[in-house]
Design a protein around this ligand. Structure first.
Ligand code: ATP
Ligand code: LTN
Length: 340
């Protein structure tokens, strides 16, 4: 355990995770979980940067943790926890805010996109969202951060903050690397294939959620927007819809793009779309069934939350104590050492 490299990643409990989140991030979370010492967190504090219905937020946190376990992440071997259960995240985020520049945060594309979409609620939390994410990562001295391509900029900012802090105080933080899959790093919406598939845009059927029923998944794939040609060829600039389907089929089956093009040469979109839909259904079926079983045992999940928070706090408080000491806060008022 001690010599393994460390992974941290997070997912927002703002709804059921999408097929995009699964292929871009969660699939890797599970694949890496035997080889690394993994900390996976459900980031409720990030979620409230957009207005949430409290009862829905509470429910989706249970669902999200159940989905992670159903994906193959064993809470006995990894640390699975809810962000707000470990106060060190908020504490380090405040410190890091004082080492992050206004200009840096203004350049974050996620902030620009989200504030453009919701100009009624451009709150300070949405602006400083990346410093809380940096705290998530740096508290655990993570080597790797498995995420989708959209999060690369936030991991780069995290490195910049860490370099700045280390430059002043010595080696406090390890510099993390993003881990983004070559295929699947950016799954596009099935109705608007020039836009990332996202759970905040589920209205038009272009988004597949991990717990969707097989018949709904198949219907969404049959209706996927393509182009006016007929040939199945990977060309994201000119054929974004069909290229997205090829990408999805490739991650589901492990087949190369050229093999897929050959397999479907001479066949039409009407043949290809349901085959991709079926591959996704089979990929998600065991996860959906297992999630339902896990969700039936609330006491088990609450025990996972509790043990996860204890394990995470132990590591997080070690880093926080070091940071507080370096910046000149007085030791004796630091949080008591957590027991492991
Ligand atoms: P929202 O759309 O509400 O902002 P999201 O779906 O982008 O949320 P999360 O569910 O918190 O955000 O993302 C969890 C992980 O999944 C992140 O690592 C993110 O990069 C990845 N991810 C999300 N959507 C996609 C996608 N369409 N393709 C690949 N990876 C994705
Ligand atoms: N910002 C990410 C979620 C997130 C995260 C993290 C990812 C919060 N903290 C730490 C990796 C590491 C998102 O919007 N998907």
């Amino acid at each position: 355990m001690e010599n393994k490299k460390i992974i941290l990643s997070g997912i927002q409990p703002t709804g059921i995770a999408t097929l995009g989140s699964y292929l871009g991030a969660l699939k890797n979370w599970a694949a890496l979980s035997d080889e690394y010492d993994c900390y996976y967190t459900v980031v409720d504090m990030h979620a409230i940067t957009a207005r949430q219905v409290p009862a829905d937020l509470r429910r989706t946190q249970y669902e999200q943790v159940a989905i992670l376990i159903a994906c193959g992440i064993d809470p006995g071997k990894n640390t699975l926890f809810i962000q707000s259960h470990v106060p060190a995240h908020a504490q380090l985020a405040w410190v890091l805010n004082c080492y992050t520049m206004f200009g840096e945060l203004s350049r974050m594309t996620q902030f620009k996109d989200k504030s453009a979409k919701n100009d009624e609620n451009i709150n300070a939390g949405l602006f400083t969202y990346p410093t809380l994410q940096a705290a998530d990562i740096l508290l655990y001295q993570a080597d790797l951060v498995p995420v989708g391509a959209d999060q690369k900029q936030h991991v780069e900012l995290t490195r910049n903050i860490a370099v700045r802090f280390n430059g002043i105080y010595g080696d406090v933080f390890k510099l993390p690397e993003p881990y983004i899959p070559e295929v699947g790093g950016k799954i596009m919406d099935l109705q608007t294939p020039t836009r990332k598939m996202s759970k905040s845009e589920i209205a038009d059927g272009g988004c597949i959620l991990m717990l969707d029923k097989p018949e709904d998944i198949l219907r969404s794939f049959k209706r996927a927007v393509t182009d006016s040609e007929t040939c199945i060829r990977f060309d994201p600039d000119n054929k974004p819809g069909i290229s997205n389907l090829i990408q999805i089929y490739s991650v589901c089956t492990g087949k190369e793009y050229t093999d897929i093009e050959n397999e479907f040469s001479g066949k039409g979109y009407g043949d290809f779309k349901p085959v991709v839909g079926e591959a996704v259904i089979e990929l998600l079926r065991p996860i959906r069934e297992e999630t339902r079983k896990i969700l039936a045992d609330k006491a088990y999940l609450e025990n996972v939350f509790k043990e996860g928070a204890e394990k995470a706090s132990y590591t997080a408080n070690k880093t926080l104590r070091k940071v507080y000491k370096k910046i000149g806060f007085i030791d004796s008022f630091l949080p008591a050492k957590a027991q492991r």
